[in-house]
Design a protein around this ligand. Structure first.
Ligand code: FAD
Length: 462
């Protein structure tokens, strides 16, 4: 029976980062993974493959729409779907192999197979049982569907099936206008599919600043996505070669039917705890099926901790990573901590959407006195040169102190630009701090500075 300081169950961004940090801090560490490759949902069927397809489909869009304007002549490329999938798989392989390399480098044992916890201090993998002073559960999440909708991963698919369709569908229905639905919907729209997105709520991307969500919706419409909000899906049925979706419009209860070659159900994800044996251990769960933890990632059972998608909070890879580092530091006797007020959220469409901190809607609801600084990418020279002038930066600050409370960006590289604001918020900065910082010209980041200037005496280029 091998003995470890820490055994991590699951090798997604939460688990593998936790394992590496534990090893770096001198703890003897193993990580259990049931998949054939390391990296979890994120590297295998999530963040990374979706971004590869977003990148490829964006290149096609550029070639079709912008190359000629720049004097780049020739036939626009056509889609070789098999090759595009190979490219995606190669990207996945490079990333998952990278984690294997890091495990070897940090002397972390990969225990291959599905792990369970027969009792605190023990982890069973296959026929072997291993001892651990601490067990960290990082078993992640799985796609959830709607009642009555059967996923076959062929015609009615989750994101996992949507990342490996045998061909680009002519018609696709996406149920759910959240991050995953819109990212994958926009991939297929750019590859030529006629895409209809059905959303139950009256707004797309729930939780995003309303003004940003409205502008984002208008841009997606311009790109050819047909978005129906207030649509309560009643059923989705796989027929011989097609699928049929029935929905009711909530405003008038009228019933509608549409068909498509593929239906992507993107209605959210749920924590994954199968196979762990948590019931028998008496690990306390939340009402939503997550593992309940305290502020130090302790579960209700001594020596068992949990992080990532399987616990409360936004289901994001970087949130899982931060928790992985924090719990490792705590187990090593340090003061691990995650600031949940500064966790950015990004939608990797073109343009991207990124946000951090409070939305204007939240500030209004809280009755907080705030000021808004806004700047359109139309006033940004670099964005204009790159055909990327759609969108804006919006910074929200305390009306009295000018301290940054939140920021919302719709525009080019928004997912990178947001981090200037994240760092500023971590330091408790005011918009003036950003406004007085010299920003290189010409960069998209000048739009962030201009929005910060707009919180005070005014932007220069608007
Ligand atoms: P996971 O990544 O889910 O990893 C858990 C691992 O544990 C899995 O590999 C599983 O096989 C293993 N496991 C579970 N139980 C056991 C067991 N009993 N024994 C052994 N192994 C076990 N987030 C972002 O931040 N940015 C994005 O761009 C983004 N894009 C996404 C796109 C898609 C299509 C999807 C589906 C998700 C996306 N996400 C994104 C979300 C992100 O993937 C998750 O938040 C993240 O992977 C959670 O990490 P985790 O470590 O908690 O769990």
């Amino acid at each position: 029976m091998a003995s470890y300081d820490v055994i991590v169950i699951g090798s997604g961004p939460g688990g593998y980062v936790c394992a590496i940090r534990c090893a770096q801090l001198g703890l003897k560490t193993a990580c259990v993974e049931g998949r054939d490759t390391l990296g979890g949902t994120c590297l295998n069927v999530g963040c990374i493959p979706s971004k590869a397809l977003l990148h490829a489909s964006h290149q096609l869009h550029e070639a079709q729409h912008n190359f000629e304007k720049m004097g780049l002549k020739g036939k626009p490329p056509s889609v070789d779907w098999t090759q595009m999938l190979s490219y995606k798989d190669e990207v996945i392989g490079q990333n998952t192999k990278g984690i294997e390399f890091l495990f070897k480098k940090n002397k972390i044992d990969w225990l291959k197979g599905w792990g369970s916890i027969p009792e605190a201090g023990l982890v069973k993998v296959g026929d072997e049982t291993h001892k651990a002073k601490h067990i960290v559960i990082a078993s992640g999440s799985e796609a959830s569907s709607l009642p009555g909708i059967e996923i076959d991963e062929k015609t009615i698919v989750t994101s996992t099936g949507a990342l490996a369709l045998p061909k680009v569908p002519k018609k696709m229905i996406v149920i759910g206008a959240g991050v995953i639905g819109l990212e994958l919907g926009s991939v297929y729209a750019r590859l030529g599919a006629e895409v209809t997105v059905l959303e139950y709520l009256d707004q797309i991307t729930p939780g995003i600043d309303t003004e940003v969500a409205r502008s984002f919706r208008a841009l997606l419409k311009k790109q050819g996505l047909n978005i129906v909000t207030g649509a309560a899906v009643q059923s989705a049925e796989a027929l011989k070669t097609k699928a049929k979706v029935t929905y009711k419009l909530r405003k008038d209860d009228s019933e509608h039917q549409i068909d498509a070659d593929v239906v992507l159900v993107a209605t959210g994800r749920k924590p994954y705890t199968d196979k762990l044996g948590l019931d028998a251990l008496g690990v306390e769960m939340t009402k939503r099926g997550q593992i309940a933890t305290d502020a130090h990632y302790n579960t209700s059972v001594d020596g068992i901790h949990a992080i990532g998608d399987v616990i409360e909070g936004p289901m994001l890879a970087h949130k899982a990573e931060d928790e992985g580092m924090a719990v490792a530091e705590i187990l090593a006797g340090q003061a691990g901590h995650v600031n949940y007020d500064v966790i950015p959220g990004v939608i990797y469409t073109h343009p991207e959407v990124a946000s951090v901190g409070q939305t204007e809607d939240q500030l209004k609801e809280a009755g907080r006195a705030y000021k808004v600084g806004k700047f359109s990418f139309m006033g940004n020279g670099r964005a204009k040169a790159n055909f990327a002038a759609d969108g804006f930066v919006k910074i929200l600050v305390d009306a009295e102190t000018d301290r940054i409370l939140g920021a919302h960006i719709l525009g080019p590289s928004a997912g990178d630009l947001i981090h200037e604001i994240c760092v500023a918020m971590e330091f408790g900065a005011a918009a003036e701090d950003i406004a007085r910082t010299c920003h290189a010209h010409p960069t998209y980041s000048e739009a962030v500075r201009e929005a910060a200037l707009a919180c005070g005496d005014g932007a220069i280029h608007s």
